[in-house]
Write a protein that binds this ligand. Sequence first.
Ligand code: ASP
Length: 345
Amino acid sequence: MSNRRRFMKFSLLGSAAILASKNLFAESPKSKEIKVVKDKPIVISTWDFGKEANEAAWELLGKNGRALDAVERGVKVPEADPNNQSVGLGGRPDRDGHVTLDACIMDENYKCGSVAFLEHIVHPISVARMVMEKTPHVMLVGEGALQFALANGFKKENLLTDKSEKEWKEWLKESKYEPWMNIENEHYRMNKDGKPGDEKNHDTIGMVAMDANGNLSGACTTSGLAYKIRGRVGDSPIIGAGLYVDNEIGAATSTGVGEEVIRIVGSHLVVELMRQGFEPEAACKEAVERIIKRNPENAKKVQVGFLALNKNGEYGAFALQKGFSYAVRSASENKIYNAPYFYKD
Ligand code: ASP
């Protein structure tokens, strides 16, 4: 084939690809029912316990407060709750018995802060905010993050509650490290029939909000996977994985097995899909399908959920498995929804 003919063939193929991709944008998948808030502000967050956190965020949002302040205040509720064993105080420890926390926060100007593998501090989200506002950096980890927190007035505390310690000691008897079947915690074991259990006693709180001025912010905080290897960090403190905010487009957050989310840079992906015209639920679904495409056998055994809000006040979620819920608070609603999911049985 002559060079010229080869060039023409390629350029024709190129145009076809461009046309196809234009079509794809025009026909971005639609959700069955689009959930949309009538009036700003709005706050949405992961899991049933998001409802209480939303209420705290709403105290600010309802009075024209800034979304950034609202999400920080909101996620501090589960962080301080000793009965919530997946976030902050009372979180389940790693397999050596240490509670190690991950958190990040992002505002309407692409400013972001994050801490990972942080011990002894009840409110990692506020340390993350301080990293964002008081340093030229985005992320501090481990001992350095702790030193930074202590130098900035945070108090060193024991985060391992009696309940979490007792359960960890039980776990130690077998010390069965089951990264794929049981990576989240004992409440998400597979049932005997090989299907995931649907008890939902996990996990991370991811919260995104739009304030009365139409500005978006988000926060994400967790104690990570129970009985993880010491030093393991999940998606939650990784900007783009556990959380992403683009004030032009929308915001997204995730929960579930962080390794799966990191591999597809999940929350950033969801926001970029919304930029291409996907509605929030459809964007979350597409991200979930990327996880499945990568490794369908593994995807069947784990849980990941995405939650998203766009600039028009539309919101939605999607998960791999049944059981992912999210809470919504606006002037017109205060509700928990069950997210749609991929694996029907
Ligand atoms: N995403 C968190 C992590 O991987 C845990 C979770 O949401 O269940 O650390």
